[in-house]
Design a protein. Structure first.
Length: 269
């Protein structure tokens, strides 16, 4: 994902209350998207945020026009590229320095390479690079928002969470039916997977987001040791697992370099 030029402004809704409503609508769409359930259409979204449907329709259209939301063919809504461009602009140091590092990782391992951050249970993709000729289907998709419990980057971002903290974070979310065949089905399984991978020094998510796809991930920490982002390599499982040691070494080096450019923003709770 690139951020050429200034980040787009939020929708000019005229009043503070209208702006708050617009932001609440975008946040509701994001929460629904990462829950793994079908997205909201305008009518369902209006009911969810308790807004008149006519007002919700006008606001949604404005958000879509400005790129903060997108309307799919089935009329459901998802977050749009302008929202993520704005979010990405909050991490200028990481973004500015990450592209050559991610590009190098992608080329070295003939895979995809990503930089991600966490927002609650959501993992937001800030930048993605891929090797020339790398098949899209082995990237596990290029979704801008994914759940934290069934992706390598997401589990890396939760690596310092205790089992109790993970349980509290995920208590309102249905994990069954979300992700790939080897995705965790409970907070306990997420915590156990992190306990296992913490010992090996790298998150290894095999088939957790999509069948046949592996994502290796390492957290990026600030000077205080707090996890602020995750860098990962994603691709076809049979191609990556045989090179796990080298991928681990390269991801660790990339994370160490990126840690120098963290801008000091707070980690999401």
């Amino acid at each position: 994902m690139t951020t050429n030029g200034p980040a787009p402004r939020p929708p000019g809704m005229g009043t503070a209350s209208s702006l708050r409503m617009a932001l609440r609508m975008v946040n509701t769409v994001l929460d629904r998207e990462t829950s793994g359930r079908n997205g909201f259409n305008v009518s369902r979204l209006a009911d969810e945020v308790d807004v008149e449907r006519s007002k919700a329709s006008r606001t949604t259209q404005d958000l879509c026009d400005k790129g903060f939301l997108e309307r799919l063919d089935d009329s459901t809504l998802r977050a749009g590229s302008a929202f993520f461009t704005t979010a990405a602009s909050l991490h200028p140091g990481l973004l500015g320095r990450s592209r050559p590092l991610l590009r190098r990782l992608a080329v070295q391992h003939s895979a995809g390479a990503r930089l991600s951050v966490r927002d609650g249970v959501q993992v937001r993709l800030l930048r993605a690079e891929s090797a020339a000729g790398f098949a899209q289907e082995w990237q596990g998709g290029t979704s801008l928002v994914t759940p934290c419990w069934c992706t390598g980057a997401g589990r890396a971002l939760l690596l310092d969470h205790t089992a109790e903290e993970i349980t509290t974070l995920l208590e309102d979310y249905e994990l069954i039916g979300v992700g790939g065949p080897d995705a965790a089905h409970s907070a306990r399984e997420v915590a156990a997977a992190n306990d296992r991978d913490r010992l090996r020094g790298v998150i290894a998510a095999h088939g957790e987001f999509e069948h046949g796809v592996t994502e290796y991930a390492i957290p990026v920490r600030d000077t205080a040791g707090r996890i602020r982002a995750a860098v990962s390599v994603v691709g076809r499982q049979q191609d990556l697992t045989v090179h796990e040691r080298m991928i681990h070494t390269d991801l660790t080096a990339a994370a160490t370099t990126l840690a120098k450019y963290i801008d000091g923003a707070d980690t999401p709770p």
